[in-house]
Design a protein around this ligand. Structure first.
Ligand SMILES: [Mn+2]
Length: 448
């Protein structure tokens, strides 16, 4: 747990950035000027070659639109019109509820129209880990690789990502620490419709798969879970709160408020632990935890929450590593088998167009099924109980199975990324060896 003193010192640099907007502006004008010169140069060199093609004119187009960046949004404009950010009462703290958030978000989007297009699909992934170095000697290395995996996934799909390693509320430690971060991320990202929390011990093991957002259009939250286990078995593992998608709206603000009031910041924290334990008989420890708290809300106030929380059970929205790990080899073999028969899937391509190849592959995965027993790549493998940072893994498993399992999963995922860079790990248990991916089209195949 971070002491309040520590978090204070972390915030003191906040007094500095007065000059920053100016520098940013001047950097960007320099950048624009540089790009313009470069475009002029490219254009003049271009004319030495064959006639100026479309390619040339598209370069000129993008230079005139220098302020636009990334995905067609304007990162340089923040009009003077007041928004919720200018309200002195607005607080990012988990202790101060936000009201009228939907109107406030809408108001901000109105003043930032370049963000309005595509806003309904925009996702910010949020993750994080503890403030201090890991106790487990390989913990920081593992966390780095888990984070790299998330960065890879987000880059491929065009999502923003935020990594937090501070306690934003001194009392909301361990599994409760995510709630203050998710709330702050909602306020920091009015341009995003969804905040996607992914635990530090979870990784993407299908880099192509995209969340079926259309399916969630009438819901405000998505978790991996099973209604039968909530309402019949009353189990504290009837859903997993280590990965969740939450809509950036007032409903979610209210949920986070109610939810976090069962945590250590509440004067009733002890009482909530007792209530959870008496409701969910399989709960192993006495303290109130975020997962039991969420299940409790669904269980106790079904009318209020059930219609808004989508319990995804069709695919590995997150999946228990023990159940998944043994299937990687078979999955790899099946995917290779498909690729052997379909040159289009083996074709080299730029990483930026990966989603298109994911869509191509989708057509060949119809028979794979999804979730348990399927040979499709599991979307997210979650090392629940392994505690990579502290090393205090659940005594159910040998530590080696956790660490070896993580290496295997990380390399399995990394292979999907690395091949776009021309390389591959031939052995999933050996992180340091790579070989070049062969170019293996027969000359008579293609074009595609
Ligand atoms: Mn976890």
């Amino acid at each position: 747990m971070a002491s309040p003193g520590l978090s204070h010192s972390q915030f003191s640099p906040m007094t500095k950035p007065r000059n920053r907007p100016f520098w940013c502006f001047s950097d960007s004008s320099l950048y624009c000027g540089g790009v313009f010169l470069a475009v002029l140069l490219v254009c003049s060199f271009w004319s030495f070659f064959t006639p100026p093609l479309n390619f040339g004119s598209s370069i000129t187009d993008s230079s005139s639109n220098c302020k636009e960046s990334g995905f067609g949004v304007n990162l340089n404009s923040d009009p003077k019109d007041p928004t919720f950010y200018d309200d002195p009462e607005m607080s990012y703290s988990i202790e101060k509820p936000v009201k009228d958030w939907d109107e406030k978000r809408k108001g901000w989007l109105k003043h930032h129209p370049s963000f309005a297009a595509g806003a309904s699909e925009r996702i910010v992934l949020v993750t994080g880990s503890q403030t201090k170095p890991c106790q487990n000697p390989i913990g920081d290395h593992l966390l780095l690789r888990f984070f790299k995996n998330k960065v890879d996934y987000c880059r491929i799909h065009g999502y923003d990502i935020f990594y937090n390693n501070l306690l934003l509320h001194p009392k909301m430690g361990s599994y409760w620490a995510k709630l203050p971060v998710v709330k702050a991320a909602m306020l920091a990202h009015p341009e995003a419709e969804w905040i996607w929390w992914v635990d530090s011990d979870a990784l993407f093991t299908d880099m192509e798969f995209k969340l079926p957002l259309e399916r969630y259009k009438n819901h405000n939250m998505v978790v991996h879970g099973w209604p039968k286990l909530i309402y019949n078995s009353k189990s504290w593992t009837s859903l997993n709160a280590g990965v969740f998608l939450i809509r950036n709206c007032q409903w979610s603000m209210d949920l986070i408020n109610t939810w976090s009031n069962m945590g250590p910041m509440s004067k009733d924290y002890k009482k909530w632990g007792q209530i959870q334990r008496s409701t969910f008989k399989d709960k192993l420890f006495p303290e109130s935890d975020d997962q039991s708290a969420l299940i409790y809300l669904l269980y106790k106030e079904r009318e209020k929450y059930y219609d808004h929380i989508y319990l995804e059970g069709e695919f590995y929205f997150e999946g228990y590593w023990v159940e998944i790990l043994g299937g990687y080899e078979n999955t790899t073999e099946r995917y290779l088998e498909i690729e052997r028969g379909v040159p289009k899937l083996r074709r080299r391509h730029a990483e930026k167009v990966s989603e298109q190849y994911g869509a191509f592959r989708e057509g060949f995965l119809k028979e794979a099924g999804n979730g348990k027993g399927s040979w499709r790549r599991p979307f997210i493998t979650h090392f629940t109980g392994c505690q990579p940072c502290s090393g205090n893994h659940n005594q159910m498993y040998a530590g080696e199975s956790c660490w070896n399992g993580m290496v295997k999963a990380l390399n399995f995922a990394d292979n999907q990324v690395l091949r776009k860079y021309g390389f591959i790990h031939p052995d999933l248990q050996d992180s340091s060896t790579v070989t070049e991916v062969p170019f293996d089209y027969p000359a008579d195949e293609g074009p595609w």
